[in-house]
Design a protein around this ligand. Structure first.
Ligand SMILES: Nc1ncnc2c1ncn2[C@@H]1O[C@H](COP(=O)(O)OP(=O)(O)OP(=O)(O)O)[C@@H](O)[C@H]1O
Ligand SMILES: [Mg+2]
Length: 322
């Protein structure tokens, strides 16, 4: 299937002081097909939210090209951007904070439809359809956000995002503030919605387990870079980047009695302010070589549809099997 969204060499620099450039997103490329979920995983500050916000043009990318159905969205004027917004939506981490406390549930879901000029009768039909889709019965229509549980609030946030039937939705940590059972419910709900509407998702999270449940492919971010990118099964079972391997090892083998993995990554995440032109993992990498210091390693397709930005990806594989 052809790509719906293409992100090429996306970079976002925040100028945070004289001679201080924070490179939040550093030359990131990926694509998304219709009806597909891409998981974007990484520790706090790795640039996940900034990628999502650049794609939706909530902030301006510094460099790079973003195309939706072949149209360059980085070059759109205000009117075209408004039309585009109906087609790309965002679900936030904080369900309560992202809802207007003065709007009822049905008004909340109706709001984006009003913005896009839909007639009232059609709007009401669409609100009912969305409420059914997210599993909220009619008696919720007149509730206010404060009357709802966190899980119900997030369902409302999802219904609002989907109301205009966008081609794709960026879900930015949509389950991280929910308890485990509510989290599982929302993940299932999102999968059901995707089957029914064919919506594509970018699912952002630092929780690899949640991401793996819902994503067809996963991109691992570190310090503004995508360091590895592959179908979910491959990321979970045969990582070819030392950072992904360390992340996986922490998730899959949390048992402290287990002998330490030689791939444990020590130390602190460095700063993204004025980064050196070297591998972003260089300072912490257990298998680094001098050459890793001379340039940011390029993405290599190590097998079909599996990309790693490690010069020593072959050695990562050997170690995984050991
Ligand atoms: N408006 C801004 N001005 C300056 N720096 C910013 C701004 N927004 C984000 N940053 C910085 O950009 C980097 C990436 O931030 P971002 O919020 O994208 O990370 P994240 O992966 O979403 O993290 P988290 O998991 O904590 O949500 C961080 O170093 C952050 O401090
Ligand atoms: Mg974030």
């Amino acid at each position: 299937m052809s790509n719906m969204l293409e992100v090429e060499d996306l970079t976002k620099v925040f100028v945070i002081g004289k001679d201080a450039n924070l490179i939040a997103v550093n030359n990131v490329s990926f694509n998304l097909k219709h009806g597909e979920t891409l998981g974007l995983v990484g520790e706090s500050g790795s640039g996940k939210t900034t990628v999502g916000r650049c794609i939706l043009r909530l902030i301006e990318p510094t460099e790079g090209r973003i195309t939706l159905d072949g149209e360059d969205v980085t070059a759109l004027d205000a009117t075209s951007l408004r039309d585009l917004r109906a087609n790309m939506q965002l679900v936030f981490q904080d369900p309560f904070g992202s809802l207007n406390p003065r709007l009822t549930v049905s008004q909340t879901v109706e709001e984006p439809l009003k913005l896009h000029g839909m007639a009232r009768a059609e709007r009401l039909k669409r609100v009912a359809e969305m409420m059914r889709l997210v599993g909220l019965s009619e008696h919720f229509y007149h509730y206010y956000p404060a009357d709802l549980t966190a899980s119900e609030q997030q369902r409302v946030g999802i219904a609002r995002a989907l109301a205009t039937k966008p081609e794709f939705v960026v879900l930015d940590e949509p389950t991280s503030m929910l308890d485990p059972s509510a989290r599982a419910e929302i993940l299932e709900l999102l999968q059901d919605i995707q089957k029914e509407l064919g919506t594509a998702f970018i699912f952002i999270s630092h929780d690899l387990t949640s991401v793996a449940k819902i994503s067809h492919r996963i991109a691992i971010m570190y310090l503004g870079h995508i360091v590895e990118h592959a179908p979910t099964d491959i990321i979970m079972h045969s990582q070819r980047h030392p950072y992904s391997r360390a992340l996986l090892s922490a998730v899959l083998f949390p048992d402290p009695a287990r002998p330490p993995d030689p791939y444990v990554i020590e130390g602190e995440i460095p700063t993204a302010i004025n980064p050196k032109p070297e591998c972003p993992l260089y300072g912490r990498c257990p298998i680094r070589e001098d050459a890793c210091r001379s340039a940011v390693p390029p993405m290599v397709e190590v097998e079909p549809d599996h990309f790693s930005a490690c010069r020593r990806w072959r050695d990562v594989a050997a170690s995984t099997q050991a």
